[in-house]
Design a protein around this ligand. Structure first.
Ligand SMILES: *Cc1c(COP(=O)(O)O)cnc(C)c1O
Length: 390
């Protein structure tokens, strides 16, 4: 479906998400796979991406926000288990439990709320105890775990909760040799032992994000939780690009040139004239800017062109400042492009074209931030839909 009112779009190839999940399962053959679909599936579209991941063999889906987990069930995604993990007091826990969503517990007060919500809806809440093994973010410290466990076991004996999981998250998964990977693994093993020795029959112990799924098999446990790799971007670009791991980027960001015009040498381009033409040339205006999620930090100067833009067979760079709604590309004096011609900011990279990783490098960030920040102003166009979806 073409959105005729939008001069740009993010085309998401769902068959690529499916095949990336198949590849990731091959990287972690002894574990089940949770496709992390938080943040609107990293900007790729929550429900279609989730279904595509399930088609590739994901038996679990994960979201940070509870609203996304509930939305998946409301959309009819009923096959996989769903875990949600980030919420503040007053979250719609009753609704999540009613919708058969597993919930993480990261504090004593969260457990109290989960138990109350489970009693309210008359269902057993499936709980994954989140342990802070060293990341220093959400989760029970090992000391807190010792305090919360008796209450959790008590609630389990009463049928309010079932302790189905223990899990944690790594601080340096993208540096597999970093000593904290081993330390966190050891703290995690102790936490699992503590909970199991206390009598919990855990279904899943899980620790690995994309980077650990690809590079640290010793932490795969029963379930791996890749996010960025599902969408075909490398979590460890310094170790290898997607192709190194059999992955392909699923999102292509493309636009039509709004206008094309000839300007003389010495012409300033965009705000503050950070770029000035060095000769007679042709400028193309791309109707995407920072309001659409294009990082302003990827602006360009004559010395250092900004984020890459594929124009025909050529890869050019942003000339001057990225504006709110638009950016400019210096097409060169002999340009034959016309308004309406398609340009690509990033895509699969298979044809030598630019990738979200290239944009990340141009903006001094990570590919995660590039794809997740593509705004709601940019329509998602889903292609490559498989029939056998969830
Ligand atoms: C986001 C997230 C993941 C997935 O991380 P990637 O690096 O994208 O694979 C896994 N687990 C938790 C707790 C997360 O917050």
């Amino acid at each position: 479906m073409r959105h005729v009112n939008a001069p740009a779009r993010a085309v998401v190839d769902l068959s690529v998400i499916t095949s990336n999940v198949r590849q990731l399962r091959a990287h972690a053959p002894t574990a089940e796979l949770m496709a992390v679909v938080k943040a609107d599936a990293y900007g790729h579209g929550l429900v279609p991406s989730a279904r595509a991941a399930v088609a590739g063999g994901a038996t679990w889906l994960g979201t940070a926000q509870m609203g996304e987990a509930i939305a998946l069930r409301a959309a009819g995604v009923s096959g996989p288990r769903i875990l949600t993990w980030l919420y503040a007091p007053g979250a719609p826990l009753a609704q999540a439990i009613q919708a058969d969503v597993d919930v993480a517990v990261s504090s004593a007060s969260a457990l109290v709320e989960v138990v109350a919500a489970a009693r309210l809806v008359g269902r057993t809440a499936r709980v994954h105890l989140k342990v802070d093994t060293g990341l220093g973010r959400n989760g029970l410290t090992p000391a807190d775990l010792g305090d919360v466990l008796p209450a959790a076991l008590h609630a389990q004996a009463e049928g309010a909760v079932a302790l189905v999981g223990v899990w944690s998250h790594l601080a340096f998964a993208d540096e597999p040799d970093h000593p904290t990977v081993r330390t966190q693994h050891a703290v995690f093993a102790d936490a699992v032992h503590l909970v199991e020795a206390a009598g919990a029959a855990l279904e899943v112990r899980h620790l690995a994000n994309s980077a650990a799924t690809l590079t640290s098999p010793q932490v795969h446990y029963d379930l791996v939780r890749p996010g960025i790799a599902v969408y075909g971007l490398s979590p460890v670009p310094q170790l290898g690009g997607p192709e190194h791991y059999g992955l392909v980027p699923a999102m292509t960001l493309e636009a039509e040139l709004a206008t094309v015009k000839r300007v003389p040498a010495g012409h300033g381009v965009s705000y503050a004239h950070q770029y000035v033409t060095t000769h007679d040339t042709v400028l193309g205006v791309v109707p995407l800017g920072y309001a659409d999620g294009i990082p302003r930090h990827a602006s360009g100067t004559p010395q250092r062109l900004g984020g890459p833009v594929r124009v025909g067979e050529r890869t050019l760079g942003v000339a001057g400042r990225v504006c709110m709604d638009q950016l400019v590309v210096d097409l060169g004096p002999g340009a034959s492009e016309r308004a309406g011609d398609r340009v690509e900011l990033f895509g699969t990279g298979l044809d030598g074209g630019p990738t979200a990783q290239d944009w990340a490098e141009a903006a001094g960030t990570i590919s995660y931030e590039i794809v997740t920040r593509i705004g709601a102003s940019v329509p998602r166009e889903h292609v490559g839909l498989e029939e056998e979806t969830a």
